[in-house]
Design a protein around this ligand. Structure first.
Ligand code: HEC
Ligand code: HEC
Length: 449
C-alpha cells in the first residue's frame, strides 16, 4: 500500500500539526510506503520546521550521506576525498604498527588511534578514561584496559576528557571539546591564541578541524616517527601501492598521514541508523515509541534542537551545562582554554548524538553511564558544577516533560539514533598484521590475535 506523505510548509507546534495538515498549504508531496502511522506526518512537519539551511526547510537537511558518496560529504577543499585515500587512512587509523614515538621502547607498536576510538564502542574508547601508550589489556570493548603499573603515571597517555567519538564529525568545522583544532569558523582571528593550546598545534598548516586534529594527534599521542613511518609504508606492498596512488612520489610526512586519516574519518557516519532510514523514506524503520521520542526531541518542550541539529545533531556552539568533570584530574577549561576569556571557561562543544550507548559514557567527564541518567540531568536542569548563573544557557532549566515523554525520548536517543553496524568502518586486518584495536601482549591475548 502506498500512502502519500506531505512535505508541508507550516508554522506552529506539534499539537496543532494534525489539524494543520488538513488545512495548510502543502507545497510538494512524495509517495512513501505506508505503515498507517500519523506520527510520520506529524514528525515530518516538525522536522521541516526545525531546520533551515540555505534558506530552505527540508527533511533532507538531517540526512547523512552514504559513505562513498564523496561529493555529498563535507570536506576540506585542500584534502579532497578519494577512495584510495580513505582506504589508506582506514588502515593507518587502526594500525598499531604506526605507534613508533612511544616514550618506552617496549610500548612501540602497541596502540593506534583506534585504541581510543574503535567501532565496538561507537568510536569512543569503551572506558571512562582512554589510554594510548602505557595501557595494557582490553576486555571485550576496551573496558578492561588499565594503566601499566610499572610506568610512571606521567608516561601513560590518558587524557582527562572523555574520548569523544569520530562518528559524524565531518559535520563540525572545528575539533575537540575546546574547538581548538582547525582554522576558520569560530577560530577566525584567534591565531595568536594557538600557542596557548596543545590541540591547536597543527593549525598553522591552515586546515579545517578534522585535518588539523589528525595531524596534531599523531604527535600528541606519540604515534608518528618519520623514519619508522616511512619504513612501515615501504615494507608492506598494500601500503606502498596505496601511498603511490594517493601521494605519488611524495615522502611520508605527519601531514600526509594525517590528511589520509582525516579523509577516512570523514566517511565514518551513522547513516544506517533507524532515524536515517526513516528520513530516507522507510517509515517502518522507527517504532511508534521512537517516533514519539523524536517528537519530544524536536519539539518545543525539550528545546534539544536549539543546540543539537543538522545531520549529526550537533552544532558548532559551545555551552556550559555544568556536567561533572572526570574525578582525579584537574577540570578542563574547555573553550576558555583556547580563547582565554572568562565567559568561555568550562564551555564545551555541542557533540553529535548517534551511537552514544555503545560506549556508555556520556558528558565530557564520562560521568553519565546511561541515557536515562543524562536525560534526567537535563530534565532536572540543576548544574553539578557551580559557575556564575549567567554562564548557563536559558534552555538549561527544569523541563516540563511527562514520564511518558521522557521514556520515549530515551528510546529515540538509544535505538533510533543507533547505527547497528559500525563494524563496517573497521578493517578486518591491517597490513602490518597488528591486532585491532590494541596490540600490547595482554590485549593480544584477550582479543585472541
Ligand atoms: C589516548 C587515547 C587517544 C588516542 C590514542 C587518540 N585519541 Fe582522539 N581523542 C581522545 C580524547 C580523550 C578526545 C577528546 C578530547 C577533546 O575533545 O578535547 C579525542 C578527540 C578526538 C577527536 C575530536 C572529536 C570532536 O568532536 O572534536 C577526533 C577527530 C579524534 N580524537 C581523532 C583521533 C585520531 C585521528 C587519532 C590518531 C591519530 C586519535 N584521535 C588518537 C583520545 C585519543
Ligand atoms: C544549550 C545547548 C544544549 C541543549 C539545549 C541541549 N544540549 Fe545536549 N549537549 C550540549 C553540550 C554543550 C554538551 C556537552 C556538555 C559536556 O560534555 O559538558 C551536550 C551533551 C549531550 C549529550 C552527551 C553526549 C556525549 O557524547 O557525551 C547528550 C546525550 C545530550 N547532550 C542530549 C541532549 C538532549 C536529549 C537534549 C534535550 C533534552 C539536549 N541535549 C539539549 C548542548 C545542549
Amino acid at each position: 500500500m502506498i500512502r502519500r506523505l506531505y512535505i508541508c510548509s507550516l508554522s506552529g507546534l506539534a499539537s496543532v500539526i494534525v489539524a494543520s495538515l488538513l488545512i495548510a498549504g502543502c507545497s510538494s508531496q512524495v509517495d512513501v510506503a505506508s505503515n498507517d502511522d500519523f506520527y510520520d506526518s506529524a514528525l515530518n512537519v516538525l522536522l521541516t520546521e526545525r531546520i533551515t539551511l540555505n534558506g530552505q526547510r527540508r527533511l533532507q537537511n538531517f540526512v547523512l550521506p552514504e559513505s562513498d558518496d564523496f561529493s555529498s560529504i563535507p570536506q576540506d577543499p585542500r584534502n579532497p576525498l578519494t577512495a584510495d585515500k580513505v582506504t589508506l587512512g582506514r588502515f593507518l587509523f587502526h594500525d598499531a604498527a604506526l605507534s613508533q614515538a612511544a616514550r618506552h621502547t617496549h610500548n612501540l607498536g602497541t596502540y593506534s588511534c583506534a585504541t581510543c576510538h574503535h567501532a565496538a564502542a561507537g568510536f569512543e574508547a569503551g572506558a571512562a578514561r582512554s589510554i594510548g601508550e602505557g595501557g595494557i589489556g582490553w576486555g571485550t570493548r576496551g573496558e578492561a584496559r588499565r594503566p601499566d603499573p610499572s610506568l610512571p603515571g606521567a608516561d601513560v597517555d590518558s587524557p582527562g576528557l572523555k574520548s569523544q567519538t569520530i562518528l559524524n564529525k565531518t559535520y563540525q568545522r572545528l575539533m575537540m571539546y575546546s574547538g581548538a583544532a582547525g582554522t576558520g569558523g569560530d577560530n577566525e582571528g584567534l591565531d595568536d591564541r594557538w600557542i596557548h593550546h596543545p590541540d591547536a598545534a597543527a593549525n598553522h598548516l591552515g586546515y579545517q578541524g578534522m585535518e588539523s586534529q589528525a595531524i596534531g594527534a599523531l604527535s600528541k599521542h606519540r604515534l608518528f616517527e618519520p623514519e619508522a613511518a616511512s619504513q612501515l609504508i615501504r615494507s608492506h606492498p598494500t601500503y606502498a601501492a596505496l601511498w603511490e596512488s594517493v601521494w605519488a612520489g611524495d615522502s611520508v610526512t605527519t601531514e600526509r598521514i594525517g590528511l589520509s586519516i582525516a579523509a577516512y574519518e570523514r566517511t565514518v557516519m551513522a547513516n544506517r541508523s533507524p532515524f536515517q532510514q526513516w528520513l530516507k523514506g522507510d517509515l517502518d524503520a522507527m517504532s511508534r515509541e521512537e517516533k514519539r521520542g523524536a517528537m519530544v526531541f524536536f519539539g518545543d518542550k525539550s528545546e534539544c534542537t536549539v543546540c543539537h541539529t543538522g545531520p549529526a545533531l550537533s552544532s558548532m556552539a559551545f555551552y556550559a551545562l555544568g556536567m561533572p568533570d572526570m574525578p582525579g584530574v584537574p577540570p578542563d577549561p574547555g573553550r576558555g582554554g583556547l580563547t582565554g576569556e572568562d565567559r568561555d571557561r568550562f564551555t564545551y562543544k555541542v557533540p553529535q548524538l548517534y551511537n552514544l550507548t555503545d560506549a556508555g559514557f556520556m558528558g565530557h567527564g564520562s560521568s553519565f553511564r546511561t541515557m536515562r541518567e543524562i536525560v534526567d540531568y537535563y530534565v532536572e536542569g540543576v548544574p553539578a558544577i557551580s559557575l556564575p548563573p549567567d554562564r548557563f544557557p536559558d534552555q538549561f532549566r527544569r523541563l516540563d516533560l511527562t514520564e511518558q515523554e521522557i521514556e520515549d525520548l530515551i528510546v529515540f536517543l538509544e535505538t533510533a539514533l543507533r547505527d547497528p553496524d559500525l563494524e563496517r568502518y573497521q578493517p578486518t586486518s591491517v597490513p602490518s598484521g597488528a591486532c585491532i584495536p590494541a596490540n600490547d601482549p595482554l590485549a593480544r591475548h584477550q582479543l585472541a590475535c
